[in-house]
Design a protein around this ligand. Structure first.
Ligand SMILES: Nc1nc2c(c(=O)[nH]1)N[C@H]1C(S)=C(S)[C@@H](COP(=O)(O)OP(=O)(O)OC[C@H]3O[C@@H](n4cnc5c(=O)[nH]c(N)nc54)[C@H](O)[C@@H]3O)O[C@H]1N2
Ligand SMILES: Nc1nc2c(c(=O)[nH]1)N[C@H]1C(S)=C(S)[C@@H](COP(=O)(O)OP(=O)(O)OC[C@H]3O[C@@H](n4cnc5c(=O)[nH]c(N)nc54)[C@H](O)[C@@H]3O)O[C@H]1N2
Ligand code: SF4
Ligand SMILES: [Mo]
Length: 755
């Protein structure tokens, strides 16, 4: 496959200007990765890092899901691999010394509220329970006994007024216990970070295939000859996926990248896994790089479908035999005018056709995506549009092909499997009902957004947050703070302090309860990767010698015991996680093998999820293709902000290269040439159009708030689009959500830029 001509040029956009504007690095990855490794492992402080690197447990960071059970650090194919720098960053943050013992006595909440995300994280590990009560300005240490009594009291409220939120870092065992405790209370108010993340993928894929996760295993990905990578910044957020993309190119395959930002690592990536051929010179990644208007990907996919239909390149036999509803989807693509498609996505017809050709020439295509697709007001339709394209080309249900949402947190998918969701699958509910011998509620509870709305209206009394940062992860931080402030008792179970602990305060009580992380628990735990592979984590030890920490499983079982007593579940017995795994094996479909994992140590692929034959988990066994209406992208004007002038842009809020979600590790982003976090990445064309200058300081106004003194950075981003870092930019936006998944549109935020 030949390297593509620059599609930016053919899109009529001045590639030269974009290249000139690019102030960052020339390749993604590269030597800085090795330098980081060397600095942190060869120093005097390197020993605990090495020890942790060799601990047999899954990586803390992303859901690509590398782990250590097979000896050394291995992927599910048993290949020995290196941990990426992101994995190391997460470990180093967990190996920090404890927060200084008298810190909270010396610093009032007003002072704590001034800390940035990075400063909050750098306070160190949480090592004792603390409480902030109404009228007090200081967090104070309390005993575990007092914390449990207070929580148990707080959970004795009507079930509709209690809720949980969770972030996918904890274990399957903790997740399972959390949902069981909540459901026995009679509450489905199990909001989860996936509501803010890949829920559109789960919703769209479940509707189409009857299964909400990736249909592709790592083994299968290794046989693909084309990967379509949409709305993902994998060089930063899933670095080990980059090695698979390099290998696709090495075996003569092709990569189509779709992203409004020409992320440098998606053009060329220097991987430490291939030190000689790749690390310094960099490996080519994208054969074709398309930069659509933010939020318009569905139009581009309908364009790809149309082009395939026009050239008679769709697999009608496959559609006939294995899908339902395909005629309407084909008809829709045929009926949609090219003019409309091109206008909505901003990509010229020739480039859309080139993308269609690239897909049709390949024998086995994997379609992969991340937040650029899900963080949209039509996130679920986006996912269905991708699935339709895969089905039309016969690319689901065979080795080397399929649809692959690239999951976020290291165990976010496991939380979903364990039933941490505001609605419960009937099969799981029935299985749980058998175990507990009583009916469980069927009505859906609050997801992350409806939880905030309910709290704002004063309808929530108690909230337990198992990890995460519900405050800073939400759109409209002012609303999030107000909403949390209406909840009587907010409990944060965490390993390290974050800004949510200081801003997301409950009305009467806010508790911060410290727990062990994955490599410190005194018992075995499991997690699930985005590729549907279950990992076993060995027992470990914490470096925090005198700390007053508990395992998450102990915290949840003790709380459940105090709320529910001994019946119908012997909660204290479940402090031994082997029994939790027995319950999971009995109740969670596909997880049967977890019942033997303590004896066999055999990590496994979850049954029924990887489709190597076109037999799906719908009632008919056929894929149900969904009709996907074109996105309606409103034309933005300064009037939206009550102004007459200024430059209106679609703001993408995303991660820098040195942060994990709301936790910032370093303030700069060298790869995008952004020297600090108060920057806005803009195209040279827009800078000129707005009468502005590179490095000028401007005001960025959103519908919910404003940020001042923001530095313009000129970069390779599509005109009309801009990028700022989350969570700081979350003050700007009102919550606009996809009606099907309720996930916020963080990637198309209207903003006005002016000096
Ligand atoms: N190091 C590190 N790793 C992480 C995380 C982290 O914060 N740090 N977070 C974890 C989590 S929870 C998640 S969900 C994942 C996130 O992984 P990603 O989804 O890669 O993360 P984002 O930074 O949100 O980047 C989204 C990408 O989508 C592009 N994009 C924005 N709008 C559009 C659009 O309209 N169309 C298209 N096609 N593309 C668009 C952006 O330019 C950007 O490159 O990473 C996980 N891994
Ligand atoms: N504007 C904008 N907003 C976004 C996004 C975006 O791209 N743009 N992305 C969204 C996405 S994809 C997601 S997933 C959410 C992320 O939202 P969350 O998952 O809520 O947030 P995190 O920042 O990952 O949470 C970090 C905290 O988790 C705690 N923690 C870490 N490890 C453990 C552990 O082992 N156990 C426990 N109990 N706690 C632990 C630490 O205290 C740490 O401070 O944000 C969403 N918000
Ligand atoms: S790619 Fe993800 S799972 Fe693999 S080592 Fe890096 S952060 Fe960990
Ligand atoms: Mo996420």
């Amino acid at each position: 496959m030949e390297d593509a001509r620059s599609p930016i040029e053919s899109a009529g956009e001045p590639a030269a200007a974009q290249r000139e504007a690019h102030t960052g690095k020339d390749i993604g990855g590269g030597l800085p990765l090795i330098e980081y490794w060397a600095k942190n492992t060869l120093s005097a402080k390197g020993l605990p890092v090495w020890k942790t690197l060799f601990h047999k447990s899954a990586c803390l960071s992303c859901a690509w899901g590398t782990g250590g059970q097979k000896g050394g650090f291995t992927n599910e194919e048993g290949e020995k691999v290196q941990r990426c720098m992101k994995s190391m960053e997460a470990i180093i943050a967990e190996l920090q010394p404890p927060v200084e013992p008298h810190f909270f006595e010396k610093h009032s909440i007003t002072e704590l509220q001034k800390l940035s995300s990075m400063e909050a994280d750098r306070l160190g590990r949480l090592s004792f329970p603390a409480i902030l009560t109404e009228g007090s300005s200081y967090y104070k240490r309390i005993t575990w006994e007092a914390a449990y009594s207070l929580m148990a009291e707080a959970f004795r409220q009507p079930p509709e007024r209690v809720a949980s939120y969770s972030s996918g870092r904890s274990s399957n065992e903790a997740a399972f216990l959390l949902q069981l405790m909540m459901r026995l209370l009679g509450s489905n108010n199990l909001a989860d970070c996936s509501d803010l993340c890949h829920r559109p993928s789960t919703t769209g894929l479940s509707a189409t295939f009857g299964s909400g996760t990736s249909t592709v295993s790592l083994e299968s990905l290794k046989q693909s000859d084309c990967v379509v990578l949409v709305g993902s910044n994998a060089p930063a957020n899933h670095p080990r996926l980059m090695n698979e993309l390099i290998k696709v190119r090495d075996r003569g395959g092709s990569i189509l990248v779709i992203n409004p930002i020409r992320e440098v690592g998606l053009v060329k990536y220097g991987s430490p896994a291939f030190p000689v051929k790749s690390l310094v010179p960099g490996s080519d990644i994208a054969n074709l790089f398309l930069q659509p208007i933010p939020g318009s990907d569905l139009a581009l996919f309908i364009g790809i479908q149309k082009s395939l239909i026009e050239r008679d390149l769709i697999d009608r036999d496959f559609l006939q035999a294995n899908t339902e509803g395909w005629e309407a989807v084909v008809e829709q693509a045929q009926q949609t005018a090219w003019e409309t498609i091109i206008k909505v996505c901003g990509i010229p017809k020739a480039d859309i056709e080139a993308a269609a050709m690239l897909i049709s020439q390949a024998k086995r295509v994997v379609f992969a995506w991340a937040m650029g697709i899900t963080h949209q007001a039509n996130g679920t339709d986006n996912v269905c549009g991708i699935a339709n394209t895969a089905l039309m080309t016969g690319n689901v249900g065979k080795m080397g092909a399929g649809v692959m949402p690239i999951r976020g947190h290291s165990n976010v998918q496991g939380f979903g499997s364990m039933g941490v969701k505001n609605d419960i699958k009937p099969a799981l509910r029935e299985a749980l009902e058998k175990v507990v011998g009583q009916p469980l509620v069927r009505e859906p509870g609050y997801h992350a957004r409806s939880l905030i709305e309910a709290a704002e209206e004063g309808n929530v009394d108690t909230l337990l947050c198992l990890g995460g940062n519900l405050y800073a992860a939400n759109p409209d931080l002012t609303q999030a703070k107000r909403a949390l402030g209406n909840i009587e008792t907010v409990v944060y179970v965490a390993t390290k302090p974050n800004v949510g602990h200081f801003h997301g305060l409950g009305k009467k009580n806010t508790l911060i309860l410290p727990v062990f992380n994955r490599f410190e628990n005194p018992h075995k735990t499991t997690v699930e990767s985005g590729n549907n592979f279950v990992r076993l984590n060995d027992e470990g030890k914490s470096h925090l010698a005198d700390a007053d920490l508990v395992p998450e499983v102990q915290l949840l079982t003790e709380l459940a015991y105090r709320v529910h007593g001994n019946s119908p579940i012997d909660w204290r017995k479940l402090q031994d996680t082997r029994y939790v795994r027995q319950l999971i094996a009995k109740t969670v479909s596909g997880y049967e093998k977890i019942g033997e994992i303590d004896e066999t140590k055999a990590e496994f692929t979850i049954a029924g999820r990887i489709f190597t034959h076109p037999a799906f988990k719908t009632a008919s066994g056929k894929a149900k293709m969904q009709l996907t209406p074109l996105p309606e992208l409103t034309v933005l004007t300064p009037g939206l902000f009550g102004q007459e002038t200024g430059l209106v842009l679609s703001l993408i809020t995303a991660r820098s290269y040195r942060q994990h979600n709301t936790v910032v590790y370093k303030t700069d982003d060298k790869y995008r040439g952004m020297p600090h976090r108060e920057c806005i990445l803009m195209s040279p064309e827009d800078i000129k159009k707005g009468g502005l200058l590179n490095h000028q300081r401007v005001t960025v106004q959103g519908e919910a708030g404003r940020l001042e003194n923001i530095e313009i950075i000129s970069g390779a981003i599509r005109p009309g689009a801009a990028l700022m870092f989350y969570p700081e930019a979350n003050v700007l936006m009102k919550a606009v959500s996809d009606p099907k998944s309720h996930t916020p549109a963080y990637k198309r935020v209207p903003v006005l830029v002016y000096s």
